[in-house]
Each structure stands twice: as structure tokens, then as C-alpha cells.
Design a protein around this ligand. Sequence first.
Ligand code: DP6
Length: 340
Amino acid sequence: MVYIGTAEASPNMPFVKYWGKRNEALILPMNSNISATFDSSLATRTTVFFSESLKADELWINGKQFPPESLDKAIPQLNIIRELAGIQMFAKIYSISKVPVAAGLSSSSAGLCALALASASALGLKLPAEELSIICRRGSGSSCRSIYGGFVEWVRGDKTDGSDSYGVQIADDKHWPELRMLAVSIEETEKKVKSRAGMKQTVLTSTLYQKRLQDIGNTLDSVRNAIRNKNFQSLAELTMKESNNMHAVCMDTWPPILYLNDNSRTVIQSIHDFNEGGLRAAYTFDAGPNPYIITEEKNLKSVLELLKKMSFIKHIFISKIGGNPRVLEEHLLNEKGKPV
Ligand code: DP6
């Protein structure tokens, strides 16, 4: 007996960051956080194949098998799904990512969301979106926001079991058609401090982090309003300040975590220079040196002209606000678990 399921999901870009956990094992965040989902041009498509013939779980990305330690975020998800379905078979995870892994734009949020949806579909589990989002979260926190397109808030929740901590849609992909999100690759090597280890160290050592948590309720209210009112100027300012705050807190962590490099700082300065007559673009950085830029369609050409002057930029992926992830009938593997 084999079970196969396939799904496609896109990564997301946070306006308000998830940085710090209140429960490591259940992946529960210290604060609610808000993102928008990229469109399908940046999506990851994943087929999950459960079979008694497999001797261990396997992960394949873009045709290449990854070592067992690369499955550390996938296995908690697979175990939840296996338990719900009452099976013990191992799984082969076979993913095709539209963004080259080498671009250094970590798309684990897309990969783990596609995995949760594909494995639930393979085993015929009909789960509500909240439960699917929680399964995504148990793999990697940020992936619980990719369960919806449009603008999504990962609500922190209060319960100790995490049953009220999942992604909720604020507005769908039709809400703000003029908005553009750019994923810019300036460095392709792996980051030295992974976000999981980095955020843990911040919670343990940064005193500035307490101030961040005190202020974040107001930031969340303002970001929700800026999204609802499609107020670009407000969203742009809040996004940049929020990114700078996360990286200030990283600097205040001991030992300090330095994700930004000289090229990242050149992008920051250039966007501020570009914005002198009024806010037309904003940057934000996750746990690495590669910027995301937001702008509106009317200013996209000038933003691209600005970025093209920076010779250190390797790739620019341009996206609209994307729709919901999808379960697909067409699989990447056949009944024998071989690529089709
Ligand atoms: C900086 O979701 O990768 O991108 O839950 O430990 O797997 P784990 O962390 P992850 O952290 C992402 C942090 C961030 C900010 C964000 O996406 O909100």
C-alpha cells in the first residue's frame, strides 16, 4: 500500500517579525506577527509518498537527496500526520522549488506548508485550516502564515498547549493588487546563526528585547490598519522600523548576532535616499543579509532602476500578493515513488 499527495505553497514576507519563542517544543511565539504571502512564481511544489518499502524518511529538493539532519523540521510534522492517520510508514518528500536553493532566500516557510498539506492530502485527512496551520507551525513557526494567501497574522495565542496559536487571514490576495514584493538575493551562502538558535539566544540575553515586546502591540495595531486602509506610506515606515528593531535586538543579543552585511546596509541607505521626497519603497530583512523590498506598481520601474545600479545583487524575484496554497492532483512521483 502506498499513499501519495501533492501541494504547492509560497513563502511569506513578515511586516512584523516572529522573533522569540515562549515554548520551544511546541513552537509558540512570544508575539503575534504579520506577513504577506508571495505569489506562485516563488512557490514550492511537494509530493509526499508514504510506503512500507521505505526504511527512513527521505528529503529530495530539486532532484537532490538531502542528508538526514535536513529533516529536523519535517519529521515533527510527519509524526503528527502519521499519528492522526494511524499509520507508521516512512515518507519520501520530493520538492521542486521555483526559487533556486542557491539564491539564499530560505523558503522553509513554503516547503513546510506544502509538506503539511501534501501529507494530509496523501492520507485523506480532511483538516480545518486552523489545524493545518498548527501542523505547519510545529515544523517551522513562520510556515503557519503560508496556510493562506493575502495578508496573514500568526496569532500568538494564550493557551499552553498552543491550540489557539495559528495563522488567520487579515485580507485576501485581491485586497491590494498594486502592492509588489521583491525578494533580492545578495548573498548565497548559508547564514552562520540559524534563526532558531538566534531567537533563543535573544530571549535569553537581550534586555532590549523586553522593550520590543512592550511596544509590539502598538506596532501590530498600526500594521493591521495600514493593510486594511492600503496606506503604503504607513506600511512602509512601520516595516522598515520593525526590521531595524529586530536587527537592533539581534545586535543586543550576547554574543551579538549580525545578519546584515555592508551590502545590506548599502540597500538600507539607498532606499532612504530614494524615499527623500516621500516613501515609495521599504526594505525588510529576516535572519540573513538578503533584503525584501515592498513598493507599489507605479514605482516598480524606478525601484528596479535603483537596485540594478547595485552590482552585488545576484537575483531579483518580483511578486504580487499571492493566493492560498493548493492541493494538486498531479504528482511529482509515480506509484513506485520514482520522479515522473
Ligand atoms: C526572522 O520560522 O525559521 O524569518 O520556528 O524556529 O523554525 P522556527 O523559525 P523560523 O523563523 C523565522 C524568523 C524570521 C522572522 C519571521 O519570519 O517572522
